[in-house]
Write a protein that binds this ligand. Structure first.
Ligand SMILES: [Fe+2]
Length: 186
């Protein structure tokens, strides 16, 4: 039987107490995502920095799960650090991303290939409709921390984005984030 509890989330550090699971993605886990592969190789050789960390509060007997994603600042070539991006395997499941600190862009793409962005900054809770792929991008100079809420069994489908990429890229142009077409989009 499950019992209620309060979970302490630190909006600056992204810590979740208590948590049930966590994982870390380093740049070497993100091969194939960035356009400039030589820049990625150099960054990996220089120490293979952590790109982001995900901390879960997830109980399999409950329909609702939540947790944090903590994204480090950085770029590979002119592309900002990003998450892999995914659809949900259960297509009827949406999600919410509530930004706590930092700044970024949430890049979304429908099954039909329509692209939208939602600004990520403290106080903005992004609504992710069902069946839109989503990728978050840290465009700031500090950590980007957000809390996510999702169906426990929504399940990630990374395949489509891994194989085709997303239609648009977020790159730095004159010191600012800019959305450009992805020349490699299949
Ligand atoms: Fe998701």
């Amino acid at each position: 039987m499950l019992f209620p509890e309060g979970v302490a989330i630190d909006g600056r550090r992204g810590s979740v107490e208590p948590s049930t699971d966590k994982y870390i993605k380093r740049l070497s886990d993100l091969r194939g995502l960035f356009r400039d592969e030589a820049a990625l190789d150099r960054a990996i050789a220089k120490g293979d920095a952590i790109a982001y960390e995900v901390i879960d509060y997830r109980k399999s007997e409950s329909d609702l799960a939540f947790g944090t994603t903590i994204m480090m600042p950085g770029k590979v070539g002119d592309e900002y650090f990003m998450t892999r991006g995914h659809f949900h395997a259960r297509r009827e499941c949406g999600e919410a991303y509530y930004t706590q600190s930092g700044e970024g862009l949430l890049l979304l793409q429908s099954r039909q290939g329509e692209v939208r962005t939602v600004e990520m900054r403290p106080g903005v809770c992004a609504f992710i409709p069902p069946d839109w792929a989503h990728r978050s991008i840290n465009t700031g100079s500090g950590k980007l921390v957000f809390v996510w809420f999702c169906a426990t069994d929504a399940s990630h489908d990374y395949g489509a984005i891994r194989e085709k990429g997303m239609r648009r890229l977020v790159v730095e142009r004159n010191g600012k984030p800019a959305l450009v077409d992805n020349p490699n989009f299949a």
